[in-house]
Design a protein around this ligand. Structure first.
Ligand code: PLP
Length: 366
């Protein structure tokens, strides 16, 4: 019997790998050399790594030596924050990999739509005199786009570096490092159709972090460890493929309108802010996220609750809490995220499954 259609709507957790990426990676895996070896095989591997570096660096408008390959967004965020000693400032809605890099960092609040509070940011810059501030470009749970250009201007006025975690935005929004006015930028391959386990920290001219891991001299002694050749090749291949985000935005808008038609009390978090074209954080009062997740999964729909890294455990979202959403409402939030292979049929399947969810179960509304 053919398997029933499933709608994968959890692209912010990880995107489906592009077939072209798989092909490029398979080819790279056939190269036997270590990029640090000086024989012909090693040189062939090195030239693949450097071609990928050039392609990604060009896309972000930096010189190739400004891009350090890492094992993903988490490591790049750690390298960015821990690589520059001194007091740090982060937004309250950063990914756990930023928050955990320095649990002592001062936290900047956001408004009810989930946008960085620039006045509070300016105040904390003046009070704390941080060496580095970290503000994400787009939030992974709500998709809300942050005012990083303004944040950079405020930070630079007091001699503070700005790091931007662009993991969710890369490939979904057009930008370069100079456009954002950022000093450091984190990107990760698996959110844009590349493989998991590879990312990069991009630095402006003249900046170099203190390495987190030492050993071999890879990445110009800034990050020891044999390069993930197939991953790096796949990352560059994924970055070169464009997605029609107008089409995805239209699908996302249809999903939101359809959900609110079924349940007029449902709310989209951050709806009044500029958001990524693919993300919806939907709060359905009276229905807790774990009930929704399980029922949707049984109906063939994959979504997540809150941050993907927590999708195994349904806990309260620090992002929604920072937006002032009370815990009993935040517990009713699911994240629906679309990507390059999402089709009308996926939205239809979601809407049918959502309409069939039980009314008011799991939590008591207050
Ligand atoms: N930053 C953001 C905003 C993310 O959404 C994620 C992953 O969900 C990360 C960082 C971590 O990236 P990686 O999974 O490549 O370690």
């Amino acid at each position: 019997m053919p398997e029933r259609r499933r709608a994968y709507l959890d692209w912010n957790a990880t995107a489906r790998v592009r077939p072209e990426v798989v092909a490029a990676m398979v080819e790279a895996m056939a190269v036997p050399g270590n990029p640090s070896s000086i024989h012909r095989e090693g040189r062939a591997a090195r030239s693949l790594v450097e071609a990928a570096r050039r392609r990604l660096a060009e896309r972000l408008a930096v010189a190739s030596d400004r891009l350090i390959f890492t094992s993903g967004g988490t490591e790049a965020n750690h390298l960015a924050l821990l690589g520059f000693p001194g007091p740090r400032l982060v937004s309250t809605i950063e990914h756990p990999s930023v928050l955990a890099a320095d649990s002592e960092a001062a936290r900047v609040p956001v408004d009810v739509e989930g946008r960085l509070d620039l006045a509070a940011f300016a105040r904390l810059l003046a009070e704390r005199r941080p060496a580095i501030a970290s503000v994400m470009l787009a939030n992974n749970e709500t998709g809300v786009i942050q005012p990083v250009v303004e944040a950079g201007q405020l930070a630079h006025a007091v001699g503070c570096l700005l790091h931007v975690d662009a993991v969710q935005a890369f490939g979904k929004l057009p930008f370069t490092l100079p456009d954002l006015g950022a000093d450091l930028l984190t990107v990760s391959a698996h959110k844009l159709g590349g493989p998991p386990g590879v990312g990069a920290l991009v630095l402006r001219e003249g900046l170099d972090p203190i390495p987190l891991q030492r050993g071999g001299g890879q990445e110009q002694r800034r990050r020891a460890g044999t390069e993930n050749l197939p991953g790096i090749v796949g990352f560059a291949a994924a970055s070169g493929i464009e997605t029609d985000w107008h089409r995805i935005r239209a699908l996302r808008d249809r999903l939101e309108a359809g959900a609110r038609a079924v349940r007029p009390d449902a709310v989209v978090a951050g709806a009044a802010a500029d958001r990524l074209p693919n993300t919806t954080c939907l709060l359905t009062p009276g229905l807790d996220a774990s009930t929704q997740l399980m029922a949707l999964d049984l109906a063939g729909v994959a979504v997540s609750s809150g941050s993907a890294c927590f999708s195994g455990k349904v806990g309260p979202s620090h992002v929604l809490a920072a937006m002032g959403i009370p815990p009993e409402r935040a517990r009713c939030a699911i994240r629906i995220s679309l990507g390059w292979a999402t089709e009308d049929a996926d939205i239809d399947l979601f809407l049918a499954a959502y309409a069939a969810l039980p009314h008011r179960r799991g939590v008591t509304e207050t």
